[in-house]
Design a protein around this ligand. Structure first.
Ligand SMILES: O=C(O)CCC(=O)C(=O)O
Length: 253
């Protein structure tokens, strides 16, 4: 159960780490589910630029029903407290950040993407990153800008890397992300608010608000850094109808 102290930390900083959320047996079970998934192929799989290294599996619950059990009841109860609302899963994915090859996730806010690509209106949403490996300073931990969730991003601070090109959901998940934050913006906000490296032992969960700025670097180590991401949205903030929505494995409708 989320304590008052954790709630106020999350509200102030836009992220929260809770260690030992998943126990040893649960982690072994998740490991074997992920190994089975890695052997399959599906349209929702994303590879790094080399075309062979697995970057992400989107919508694992649509490929293997066992993944539906992963959002344990405890997680949902805790997220309800953090968002002060009933919630549903907006996005579900696994990022592999493979040893000696997992590529970067440039600085971004998830809400900016969810608003532009999926039509999400309000930012009362967050993600839970489940650490399946120890995340150290070496194997590409996520970086957060504490308190950035309360500063909305203006369109003038964004470069669209695919301007004029046909929409493709892969543009929103590759190492060359569709909406790039301008360097001057990052420089200003990081110098004002600081930076936090989200290291965690396997089994921990790292929760971050949909507007918290985050990024991660290359994995230059021989150690994997697999993370399951469960993104929850306020039920009052369900996605409206839009033209050319992203596939269901990228955004639940
Ligand atoms: O896996 C990571 O390091 C970052 C992933 C991320 O930023 C995202 O999926 O929005």
């Amino acid at each position: 159960m989320i304590t008052d102290q954790q709630l106020s930390f999350f509200k102030k900083n836009g992220f929260l780490i809770i260690s030992k959320y998943f126990n040893h047996e649960e982690l072994i079970e998740i490991d074997s589910m992920i190994s089975r998934l890695s052997e399959k192929k599906h349209d929702s799989y994303v590879y790094e630029n080399d075309g062979i290294t697995l970057r992400s599996v989107n919508g694992p619950h649509l490929i293997d029903k066992k993944f539906e059990q992963l959002p344990k009841k405890g997680i949902i109860d805790d997220i309800r407290v953090l968002l002060d609302s009933d919630v549903y899963i907006h996005q579900y994915k696994i990022n592999f950040k493979s040893p000696l090859g997992g590529d970067v996730w440039p600085w971004h806010s998830d809400f900016y993407f969810w608003n532009k690509e999926d039509g999400m209106l309000n930012n009362n949403a967050l993600s839970v990153a489940i650490a399946l490996d120890d995340i150290t300073e070496f194997n590409a931990p996520m970086f957060f800008v504490p308190g950035s969730h309360i500063e909305p991003i203006d369109d003038k601070n964004i470069i669209n890397n695919y301007e004029g090109e046909a929409r493709d959901w892969r543009q929103t998940t590759s190492a060359k992300l569709k909406y790039e934050l301008k360097k001057e913006f990052i420089e200003d906000i990081v110098k004002r608010k600081g930076i936090f490296s989200a290291k965690a032992e396997k089994g921990a969960i790292i929760i971050f608000h949909s507007s918290t700025l985050h990024a991660s670097g290359l994995n230059l180590t021989p150690y994997s850094r697999r993370v399951v991401f469960l993104s929850f949205n306020d039920v009052k903030n369900k996605l409206p109808e839009i033209n050319t929505p992203r596939p269901l494995f990228m955004a639940t409708r």
